[in-house]
Design a protein around this ligand. Structure first.
Ligand code: ATP
Ligand code: MN
Length: 248
Protein backbone atom coordinates (compact mmCIF):
# COMPACT_ATOMS: atom_id res chain seq x y z
CA UNK A 1 0.00 0.00 0.00
CA UNK A 2 1.17 3.49 -0.88
CA UNK A 3 0.43 4.86 2.60
CA UNK A 4 2.46 2.10 4.20
CA UNK A 5 5.40 2.73 1.92
CA UNK A 6 5.32 6.40 2.86
CA UNK A 7 5.18 5.61 6.55
CA UNK A 8 8.09 3.23 6.27
CA UNK A 9 10.13 5.70 4.29
CA UNK A 10 9.51 8.50 6.73
CA UNK A 11 9.62 6.59 9.98
CA UNK A 12 9.46 9.52 12.29
CA UNK A 13 7.30 12.57 11.75
CA UNK A 14 10.23 14.82 12.53
CA UNK A 15 11.92 13.50 9.39
CA UNK A 16 9.41 15.59 7.47
CA UNK A 17 11.36 18.65 8.57
CA UNK A 18 15.08 18.47 7.95
CA UNK A 19 15.59 21.63 9.95
CA UNK A 20 13.41 22.64 12.87
CA UNK A 21 12.58 26.28 12.41
CA UNK A 22 11.62 28.19 15.52
CA UNK A 23 10.16 31.04 13.47
CA UNK A 24 7.29 28.85 12.27
CA UNK A 25 4.17 28.72 14.40
CA UNK A 26 2.37 25.46 15.34
CA UNK A 27 -0.51 26.09 12.92
CA UNK A 28 1.93 26.43 10.04
CA UNK A 29 3.53 23.10 11.01
CA UNK A 30 0.15 21.36 10.91
CA UNK A 31 -0.60 22.90 7.52
CA UNK A 32 2.79 21.79 6.21
CA UNK A 33 2.04 18.21 7.26
CA UNK A 34 -1.28 18.30 5.42
CA UNK A 35 0.32 19.79 2.34
CA UNK A 36 3.01 17.09 2.47
CA UNK A 37 0.47 14.28 2.22
CA UNK A 38 -1.50 16.10 -0.49
CA UNK A 39 1.56 16.77 -2.69
CA UNK A 40 3.53 13.64 -1.85
CA UNK A 41 6.29 15.59 -0.10
CA UNK A 42 8.82 13.49 1.80
CA UNK A 43 10.94 16.29 3.30
CA UNK A 44 11.07 20.03 3.76
CA UNK A 45 14.68 21.19 3.63
CA UNK A 46 16.28 24.16 5.37
CA UNK A 47 15.18 27.60 4.20
CA UNK A 48 17.08 29.03 1.24
CA UNK A 49 16.06 32.59 1.93
CA UNK A 50 14.53 34.77 4.60
CA UNK A 51 13.21 37.98 3.15
CA UNK A 52 11.18 40.82 4.55
CA UNK A 53 7.88 39.05 4.22
CA UNK A 54 8.50 35.34 3.81
CA UNK A 55 10.87 32.41 3.93
CA UNK A 56 11.42 29.97 1.09
CA UNK A 57 12.01 26.25 1.65
CA UNK A 58 12.73 23.55 -0.92
CA UNK A 59 10.50 20.49 -0.52
CA UNK A 60 11.45 17.12 -1.98
CA UNK A 61 8.80 14.64 -3.09
CA UNK A 62 9.06 10.86 -2.86
CA UNK A 63 9.94 10.82 -6.59
CA UNK A 64 12.80 13.26 -6.04
CA UNK A 65 11.03 16.30 -7.52
CA UNK A 66 11.38 19.68 -5.83
CA UNK A 67 8.91 22.40 -4.98
CA UNK A 68 9.58 25.86 -3.60
CA UNK A 69 7.46 26.53 -0.53
CA UNK A 70 6.99 30.19 0.37
CA UNK A 71 5.85 30.69 3.94
CA UNK A 72 4.69 34.20 4.81
CA UNK A 73 5.44 35.44 8.30
CA UNK A 74 2.11 35.66 10.05
CA UNK A 75 2.78 39.11 11.44
CA UNK A 76 5.11 42.03 10.86
CA UNK A 77 4.22 45.69 10.96
CA UNK A 78 5.82 46.54 7.65
CA UNK A 79 3.95 43.68 6.06
CA UNK A 80 0.66 45.07 7.28
CA UNK A 81 1.44 48.48 5.83
CA UNK A 82 2.48 47.01 2.51
CA UNK A 83 -0.64 44.86 2.20
CA UNK A 84 -2.85 47.86 2.86
CA UNK A 85 -0.96 49.93 0.34
CA UNK A 86 -1.19 47.41 -2.47
CA UNK A 87 -4.59 45.82 -1.95
CA UNK A 88 -6.41 49.15 -1.61
CA UNK A 89 -7.45 50.32 -5.04
CA UNK A 90 -7.20 46.80 -6.44
CA UNK A 91 -10.81 46.00 -7.27
CA UNK A 92 -10.26 42.27 -7.02
CA UNK A 93 -9.34 42.51 -3.35
CA UNK A 94 -11.01 45.67 -2.09
CA UNK A 95 -14.14 43.84 -1.05
CA UNK A 96 -12.34 41.37 1.15
CA UNK A 97 -13.00 42.22 4.77
CA UNK A 98 -9.65 42.37 6.47
CA UNK A 99 -10.44 41.37 10.03
CA UNK A 100 -7.01 40.69 11.46
CA UNK A 101 -3.40 40.40 10.52
CA UNK A 102 -3.59 36.65 9.88
CA UNK A 103 -6.35 37.13 7.35
CA UNK A 104 -4.32 39.93 5.83
CA UNK A 105 -1.37 37.60 5.31
CA UNK A 106 -3.61 34.89 3.83
CA UNK A 107 -4.94 37.45 1.38
CA UNK A 108 -1.38 38.34 0.48
CA UNK A 109 -0.45 34.69 -0.20
CA UNK A 110 -3.60 34.19 -2.26
CA UNK A 111 -2.85 37.33 -4.19
CA UNK A 112 0.62 36.07 -5.09
CA UNK A 113 -0.86 32.72 -6.14
CA UNK A 114 -3.45 34.41 -8.38
CA UNK A 115 -0.88 36.74 -9.89
CA UNK A 116 1.44 33.81 -10.62
CA UNK A 117 -1.42 31.89 -12.19
CA UNK A 118 -2.47 34.78 -14.38
CA UNK A 119 1.11 35.39 -15.51
CA UNK A 120 1.80 31.70 -16.06
CA UNK A 121 -1.33 31.36 -18.19
CA UNK A 122 -0.25 34.40 -20.22
CA UNK A 123 3.08 32.70 -20.94
CA UNK A 124 5.23 34.79 -18.60
CA UNK A 125 8.19 32.82 -17.23
CA UNK A 126 7.24 32.61 -13.57
CA UNK A 127 7.38 29.60 -11.25
CA UNK A 128 4.24 27.57 -11.92
CA UNK A 129 1.88 27.98 -8.94
CA UNK A 130 0.88 24.63 -7.45
CA UNK A 131 -1.08 25.23 -4.27
CA UNK A 132 -1.92 27.87 -1.70
CA UNK A 133 -3.28 27.41 1.79
CA UNK A 134 -3.43 30.16 4.40
CA UNK A 135 0.12 31.58 4.62
CA UNK A 136 1.77 28.84 2.55
CA UNK A 137 2.33 28.99 -1.21
CA UNK A 138 3.76 26.05 -3.15
CA UNK A 139 5.28 26.64 -6.58
CA UNK A 140 7.67 25.18 -9.13
CA UNK A 141 11.25 25.11 -7.87
CA UNK A 142 13.64 27.14 -10.02
CA UNK A 143 16.95 25.33 -9.83
CA UNK A 144 18.32 21.82 -9.67
CA UNK A 145 18.23 19.20 -6.90
CA UNK A 146 17.06 21.70 -4.32
CA UNK A 147 19.80 24.18 -5.19
CA UNK A 148 18.17 27.39 -6.36
CA UNK A 149 19.19 29.17 -9.54
CA UNK A 150 21.06 32.48 -9.16
CA UNK A 151 19.31 35.82 -9.00
CA UNK A 152 20.20 38.30 -11.74
CA UNK A 153 21.97 40.21 -8.98
CA UNK A 154 24.24 37.21 -8.33
CA UNK A 155 25.13 36.42 -11.93
CA UNK A 156 28.79 36.80 -12.95
CA UNK A 157 29.30 39.85 -15.20
CA UNK A 158 30.33 37.75 -18.21
CA UNK A 159 26.88 36.13 -18.25
CA UNK A 160 25.04 39.45 -18.26
CA UNK A 161 24.42 40.35 -21.89
CA UNK A 162 21.91 41.89 -24.29
CA UNK A 163 20.06 38.60 -24.76
CA UNK A 164 19.27 38.54 -21.07
CA UNK A 165 18.10 42.15 -21.28
CA UNK A 166 15.76 41.50 -24.21
CA UNK A 167 14.47 38.37 -22.49
CA UNK A 168 13.47 40.51 -19.49
CA UNK A 169 11.86 43.18 -21.68
CA UNK A 170 9.87 40.42 -23.45
CA UNK A 171 8.66 39.13 -20.09
CA UNK A 172 7.63 42.66 -19.17
CA UNK A 173 5.64 42.95 -22.40
CA UNK A 174 3.90 39.63 -21.80
CA UNK A 175 3.14 40.64 -18.23
CA UNK A 176 1.54 43.96 -19.16
CA UNK A 177 0.03 43.22 -22.57
CA UNK A 178 -1.13 39.62 -22.00
CA UNK A 179 -1.49 39.10 -18.25
CA UNK A 180 -2.54 42.76 -17.77
CA UNK A 181 -0.45 43.04 -14.62
CA UNK A 182 2.35 45.32 -13.46
CA UNK A 183 4.99 43.60 -11.34
CA UNK A 184 5.55 46.44 -8.87
CA UNK A 185 8.87 45.25 -7.43
CA UNK A 186 10.88 44.25 -10.47
CA UNK A 187 14.65 44.43 -10.06
CA UNK A 188 17.78 42.25 -10.18
CA UNK A 189 16.63 40.80 -6.83
CA UNK A 190 13.36 39.41 -8.21
CA UNK A 191 14.63 37.88 -11.43
CA UNK A 192 16.18 34.39 -11.42
CA UNK A 193 18.31 33.11 -14.25
CA UNK A 194 17.89 29.47 -15.21
CA UNK A 195 18.04 28.73 -18.90
CA UNK A 196 16.48 32.14 -19.49
CA UNK A 197 14.90 34.39 -16.92
CA UNK A 198 12.20 33.72 -14.36
CA UNK A 199 10.26 36.55 -12.79
CA UNK A 200 9.51 35.95 -9.08
CA UNK A 201 7.96 37.65 -6.05
CA UNK A 202 4.68 38.88 -7.54
CA UNK A 203 2.61 39.31 -4.37
CA UNK A 204 2.46 43.07 -4.86
CA UNK A 205 1.66 42.97 -8.57
CA UNK A 206 -1.42 44.97 -9.59
CA UNK A 207 -3.76 45.06 -12.60
CA UNK A 208 -2.87 47.60 -15.28
CA UNK A 209 -5.94 49.70 -14.41
CA UNK A 210 -4.75 50.14 -10.80
CA UNK A 211 -4.32 53.80 -9.87
CA UNK A 212 -0.57 53.30 -9.25
CA UNK A 213 0.07 50.96 -12.20
CA UNK A 214 1.90 53.57 -14.27
CA UNK A 215 4.16 54.63 -11.36
CA UNK A 216 5.01 51.01 -10.57
CA UNK A 217 5.67 50.23 -14.22
CA UNK A 218 8.03 53.16 -14.70
CA UNK A 219 9.89 52.22 -11.53
CA UNK A 220 10.15 48.58 -12.70
CA UNK A 221 11.57 49.58 -16.09
CA UNK A 222 13.97 52.07 -14.52
CA UNK A 223 15.26 49.41 -12.11
CA UNK A 224 15.99 46.99 -14.95
CA UNK A 225 17.56 49.71 -17.08
CA UNK A 226 19.70 50.98 -14.22
CA UNK A 227 21.05 47.48 -13.60
CA UNK A 228 21.99 46.79 -17.22
CA UNK A 229 23.39 50.26 -17.67
CA UNK A 230 25.60 49.75 -14.61
CA UNK A 231 27.00 46.66 -16.38
CA UNK A 232 27.97 48.82 -19.35
CA UNK A 233 25.30 47.44 -21.69
CA UNK A 234 23.20 49.50 -24.06
CA UNK A 235 19.60 49.82 -23.00
CA UNK A 236 16.32 50.97 -24.52
CA UNK A 237 15.00 54.24 -23.07
CA UNK A 238 12.16 53.85 -20.60
CA UNK A 239 9.99 56.04 -22.85
CA UNK A 240 10.59 53.70 -25.80
CA UNK A 241 9.75 50.62 -23.78
CA UNK A 242 6.57 52.28 -22.48
CA UNK A 243 5.40 52.76 -26.07
CA UNK A 244 5.30 48.97 -26.48
CA UNK A 245 3.17 48.53 -23.37
CA UNK A 246 -0.60 48.91 -23.30
CA UNK A 247 -1.59 50.76 -20.13
CA UNK A 248 -5.13 52.18 -20.17
P1 ATP B 1 12.82 39.40 -0.31
O1 ATP B 1 12.27 40.19 0.83
O2 ATP B 1 14.25 38.98 -0.13
O3 ATP B 1 12.53 40.02 -1.64
P2 ATP B 1 10.58 37.78 -0.41
O4 ATP B 1 10.12 37.49 0.96
O5 ATP B 1 9.96 38.89 -1.13
O6 ATP B 1 12.08 38.01 -0.31
P3 ATP B 1 10.84 36.11 -2.77
O7 ATP B 1 11.56 37.23 -3.42
O8 ATP B 1 9.64 35.60 -3.45
O9 ATP B 1 10.45 36.44 -1.26
O10 ATP B 1 11.84 34.89 -2.59
C1 ATP B 1 13.00 35.02 -1.81
C2 ATP B 1 14.15 34.26 -2.44
O11 ATP B 1 13.85 32.88 -2.50
C3 ATP B 1 14.47 34.69 -3.86
O12 ATP B 1 15.38 35.75 -3.87
C4 ATP B 1 15.07 33.43 -4.45
O13 ATP B 1 16.44 33.34 -4.11
C5 ATP B 1 14.34 32.31 -3.71
N1 ATP B 1 13.18 31.82 -4.48
C6 ATP B 1 11.97 32.41 -4.62
N2 ATP B 1 11.14 31.69 -5.39
C7 ATP B 1 11.83 30.59 -5.76
C8 ATP B 1 11.52 29.43 -6.58
N3 ATP B 1 10.33 29.28 -7.16
N4 ATP B 1 12.49 28.50 -6.75
C9 ATP B 1 13.69 28.65 -6.16
N5 ATP B 1 14.04 29.69 -5.38
C10 ATP B 1 13.14 30.66 -5.18
MN1 MN C 1 12.07 39.18 -3.41
Amino acid sequence: MLEKRKIEKRRKDEDLFKVVDSTLDPKTYVNLENIASRLDIETYLGSISSGKEAKIYPARTYDGKYYAVKIYYVSTASHKRAVERYTLGDQRFEKIKISNTRQLIYTWARKEFKNLKRMHEAGVRVPEPIYVYENILVMQFIGENGVRAPLLKELPDEEIDNNLYSDIISQLQLMVNKAKLVHGDLSEYNIMVYDGVYIIDVSQSVPIDHENAMDFLIRDINNVNRFFESKGLSIIDTEEILKTLEIP
